[in-house]
Design a protein around this ligand. Structure first.
Ligand SMILES: [Zn+2]
Length: 484
């Protein structure tokens, strides 16, 4: 099946005779390129790279150097302000009664440290709803509260995990809990980083993700008597600091002021090495830029390649990029974001803009209509397209098979070997042709007004999601979503 897909693409590319550029770009992307050397350098050589860490600084310098070594002459590192530093430090715990055994856990980003090592009884708060905490009453006070989860199998499950954060934290805070242990949603002891706040604030209660099966054992033990746990979470927290986005471009030959942006986030969480999320797409974007340079292809409009930092902390790199570049947003043709690993690409999220469908299909026409029928109108909140969407810029996000991405999402197991190299080469060919086509097309879509964006958010029901995530007020007040 997969092999047929590759053959089909090769045949379609070979048949595209009317303009040589897409054929050459796709053929190059499908052939031998340094993409895997780059991914190896980033993931194995640098590793997990939370924004604000030394590894993140190394990754930024490495990405700028790699663009330059690819021959791009216009490469810059654009500083921006991050609102709140959070880096993991010590996370140690053990059960001390009725049985003694070490617990495996990972501190949740944007939660505070414990006051040194604490020792407290464990209480089981079920799924951690307001009613669950009400049921516990005074027993939660100064306790280590265990919160259960069902196993994560789909994007909807993952989404539900994020959606409960705000109410969970509010309930935990008012209960007076000393700390929260959130049962891992992944079986067989797998740990991951699960941020408890995305708006630059620090959540109120020390929190860690705990080994799923160990959480089950703790829960069973609480049924027959007191369970005591010792816990030490020490995170590094601080206020504002500076990070950087890495930007490179191929200047357009006719309309250099008009921009097609292709982006992916460079930062990752640290337990794994950020291969599926999102090193593989960073390596792809570097390689697409290298391809244009190597083949000497100069499109009508400028293609800008952007590697964002601060995505995992709340999409700060792309948000600040939009603020910094607001004066030129009218000239943006479209942005294209990849952030779902290396699974099979079936089309693009149109992010509420039906008028993008034709643009994408025309751009991909040299590939023989490949994937053209599988775009979705859905609008995405959760990656670097979001602030472009809020500011009326046409924006696309790749739709990819969630396998291999989802099981390793933010986890220890997100490593180089998880990447589906064959599918990623195909995605690279499609993305190369897409950005070329968008940069070459005779016309372009208009930027939306604030009213049009508001209508889009309501029509796609993204407003409801934004309300749940606490983003709607920022849009309403004009803090987020920039217009002339
Ligand atoms: Zn990501």
């Amino acid at each position: 099946m997969k092999f047929t897909r590759l053959l089909f693409l090769c045949a379609a590319v070979a048949a595209a005779a009317e303009n040589d550029a897409p054929r050459r770009l796709a053929a190059r992307a499908l052939g031998e390129t340094p993409i895997w050397n780059d991914l190896h350098a980033l993931c194995d050589g640098i590793g997990g790279r939370p924004t604000g860490s030394a590894a993140s600084e190394r990754a930024i310098a490495w990405a700028a150097k790699t663009f330059r070594q690819a021959g791009l002459t216009s490469v810059s590192v654009e500083p921006f302000k991050m609102p709140q530093l959070w880096l993991p430090g010590t996370a140690e715990a053990s059960a001390i009664s009725p049985a003694q055994f070490p617990l495996r856990l990972a501190a949740a980003p944007f939660t505070p440290s414990t006051q040194g090592t604490i020792e407290a009884p464990v209480v089981d708060a079920g799924e951690g709803t307001e009613q669950d905490f009400a049921r516990l009453g005074a027993r939660a006070k100064a306790a280590i509260v265990l919160v259960r989860s069902k196993e994560m199998k789909t994007f909807d499950d993952l989404f539900a995990e994020y959606l409960r954060n705000n109410s969970l934290m509010a309930a935990a805070k008012s209960s007076g809990a000393a700390a929260l242990l959130l049962q891992s949603t992944r079986p067989r002891g797998l740990l991951y980083r699960h941020p408890m706040s995305m708006d630059g604030s620090l959540a109120p209660v020390p929190t860690a993700i705990v080994h799923r099966e160990q959480a089950e054992r703790l829960g069973r033990l609480t049924l027959s008597g007191e369970v005591r746990v010792r816990l030490n979470l020490q995170n590094q927290t601080g206020g504002e600091y500076q990070s950087q986005n890495v930007v490179a471009e191929i200047r357009g030959r006719e309309k250099p002021e008009e921009v097609v942006l292709i982006g992916a986030h460079l930062d990752s969480w640290d337990l794994g090495t950020g291969a599926e999320d999102n090193g593989v797409n960073v390596a792809m974007i570097l390689d697409i830029a290298r391809g244009f340079q190597e083949l000497g292809i100069v499109p009508r409009r400028t293609i800008r390649f952007v590697l964002f930092s601060g995505e995992e902390q709340g999409m700060w790199g792309s948000r600040r990029y939009v603020e910094r570049h607001h004066a030129e947003l009218d000239k943006f043709v479209a942005t294209v974001t990849f952030d779902t690993g290396s699974g099979r690409l079936s089309g693009f999220y149109l992010n509420g803009r039906e008028d993008l469908r034709g643009e994408v299909n025309s751009a991909l026409a040299p590939l023989g209509g490949f994937n053209s029928s599988e775009h979705l109108i859905d609008a995405m909140d959760g990656t670097d397209n979001f602030d472009f969407l809020l500011s009326g810029v046409p924006n696309l996000v790749g739709i990819q098979d969630p396998i291999p991405y989802l099981p390793d999402y933010h986890a220890e197991s997100d490593t180089f070997d998880r990447v589906n190299q064959r599918e990623q080469k195909i995605t690279s060919a499609i993305a190369s042709v897409l950005v070329w086509g968008l940069a070459e097309s005779p016309g372009r879509l208009k930027r939306q007004s604030r009213q049009e964006v508001e209508r889009l958010l309501i029509d796609t029901k993204l407003d409801q999601q934004m309300k749940a995530f606490g983003q709607w007020a920022e849009f309403e007040s004009g803090k987020r979503g920039l217009f002339q």
